[in-house]
Ligand binder design. Structure first.
Ligand code: NDP
Length: 493
């Protein structure tokens, strides 16, 4: 399958998504969900206290919070309300992952055939939930008094915001436009699908090459493999998930390989071509003296990072400075170099690209601009998860980061690693090792990092973030009563 889509049904759906965006781009008139207020008699521009560009998680949170403080808020979105998280990211990914989990559990232990036919069912459920969330977001925005405009926003030379034929003069503006997948920079890169495309597929291919070794590549490789797709994962590094602890990443690679995913480390993709309804992906591999090899496959997906969505906003015309990767540069209060223009979330390249981070930043900013001074969420202990199978959850420092923070003195850091097979996995009949790793200060015993590989890891790590934030020591974990039989008990007692 390509971006243009091999399957008719897929193409139909892809057309809907893209057509909506094209229509709104071409449209001269923005669709106004609420009746616009009366215009200022002296000017043709609409007045607003706060204009938010981008109705993703961060933008919606900021708009609603500002409106709750009495601000006149206009929220401009060119596509579906809810942004990446709801429409092309966290929500559909997690639901597909649930479906993949059930399909693979059933296929291993209850004689259900599982696999590809389950995708069709899963995608219907995903689309229903996404539609429910779109409607619910819209309703909550309307109830908050936020005006939603559908269209493409940009700044004019006077710093006003233009949407179709309308001009808005805003007291403050927030850019919360998010990010989108980076194209694969090789000949034939335009043939390759991204994670955005995957959520429009009505069927899955028989085989796929996934390029990348980060969050999205690992999650998609694991999800597709559980729906019965033969997966080759091409990774540039010598390990998966460079931001995670090396021991957990190594255990994950072993687990994925055991589940049938073929992982090719130290590979550099050089070209993609298409013939007779299939693709040839050429890559060189360090282990193979850089010789070029080719995989023939029915689909190719690249997940090699994301770039800030700032093109077409007219930022350079109004003098908004960019960061080193083309995103928006902001200070600690999310102010850009133009004082009235702010930015949060994934449109800053150096920001942590996670939904709750954008939401916390948006709410804090709205509180600060229009209400009481807000309490900033703590960003030091940031729990994160990779929703593959087995799942990864982590909070705090990796072993390597802890040693670096200790000035390179490895003896100041201790680790404890537990490997075990959970009851759930035993029931499944295919014993899968879980790995729990604690990183702590050798002298004080303070826990610096928790790194887990198990289906329950994301849920456990959320509460461990609180424990770390409160300064938990290894001795606290050892003297806390474990709850039996659970997976979490392996951290305690
Ligand atoms: P990541 O930054 O996680 O990983 C990108 C990967 O692609 C790296 O391994 C990188 O390797 C590799 N890469 C970069 N360029 C190339 C290339 N030309 N050829 C081959 N490999 C390449 O990006 P993702 O796209 O996976 O995800 C983007 C962000 O979205 C994440 O950082 C995360 O913040 C967020 N996200 C979070 C999720 C969650 O919370 N569960 C799920 C999905 C996304 P190298 O290290 O060599 O550059």
């Amino acid at each position: 399958m390509t971006k243009r889509q091999a399957s008719t049904e897929t193409a139909t759906q892809a057309r809907t998504v893209k057509a909506r965006r094209r229509a709104s781009e071409a449209s001269a008139e923005p669709v106004v969900e609420r009746v616009p207020r009366k215009r200022d008699a002296r000017s043709k521009a609409r007045e607003a206290d706060f204009v938010v560009i981008g109705a993703g998680s961060g933008g919606v949170a900021a708009a609603r919070r500002a409106a709750s403080h009495g601000a006149r808020v206009i929220l401009v979105e060119r596509d579906a309300i809810g942004g990446t998280c709801v429409n092309r990211g966290c929500v559909p990914k997690k639901m597909l992952s649930y479906g993949a989990g059930w399909a693979s559990i059933l296929s291993t232990c209850l004689s259900h055939t599982g696999g590809k036919e389950d995708w069709r069912d899963a995608i219907v459920r995903v689309n229903a939930e996404v539609a429910r969330l779109n409607a619910s977001y819209k309703q909550r925005l309307n109830e908050s008094g936020v005006e939603i405009w559908h269209g493409e926003a940009s700044f004019n030379e006077r710093g006003h915001i233009v949407v179709g034929n309308e001009v808005i003069r805003a007291g403050k503006t927030l850019i919360a436009t998010g990010a989108s997948p980076i194209d694969l920079p090789v000949p034939g890169g335009e043939l390759v699908s991204s994670s955005d495309d995957l959520f429009t597929w009505q069927t899955v291919p028989g085989s796929i090459v996934v390029i990348g070794g980060g969050y999205i590549a690992v999650e998609m490789a694991s999800i597709l493999s559980r729906y019965g797709v033969k997966v080759d994962l091409l990774v540039r590094e010598d390990r998966l998930l460079p931001k995670f602890d090396h021991e957990i990443a190594a255990a994950l690679a072993e687990a994925l390989i055991a589940k049938g995913i073929r992982i090719h480390f130290r590979t550099e993709v050089t070209m993609v071509s298409q013939s007779n309804g299939a693709f040839d992906v050429c890559y060189s591999q360090e282990d193979n003296r850089g010789r070029t090899q080719t995989v023939r496959t029915q689909a190719v997906l690249a997940a090699i990072g994301r770039k800030p969505n700032v093109d077409g906003l007219g930022l350079d015309d109004v003098g908004v400075k960019r960061d080193s990767k083309g995103g928006i540069e902001v200070d600690r209060q999310f102010r850009s170099s133009v004082r009235s223009i702010h930015a949060i979330g994934d449109c800053m390249a150096d920001n942590v690209h996670l939904t709750p981070v954008a939401i916390a930043q948006g709410r804090w900013l709205a509180d600060r601009l229009f209400g009481r001074r807000g309490d900033m969420t703590d960003f030091e202990f940031l729990p994160t998860a990779v929703f593959c199978e087995p799942a990864i959850g982590a909070v705090g420092l990796t072993e390597a980061q802890a040693i670096e923070e200790a000035g390179g003195k490895a003896d100041r850091i201790r680790t404890e690693v537990k490997r075990f097979v959970s009851l759930e996995s035993r029931f499944g009949g295919v014993p899968q090792q879980s790995v729990f790793k604690l990183v702590f200060n050798a002298r004080s015993g303070r826990v610096l990092g928790v790194h887990l590989m198990d289906g329950a890891a994301p849920e456990i790590v959320q509460t461990m973030a609180l424990a770390l934030r409160l300064g938990a020591k290894a001795s606290h974990l050892k003297t806390t009563m474990p709850l039996h039989p659970t997976v979490a008990e392996e951290l305690f007692g």
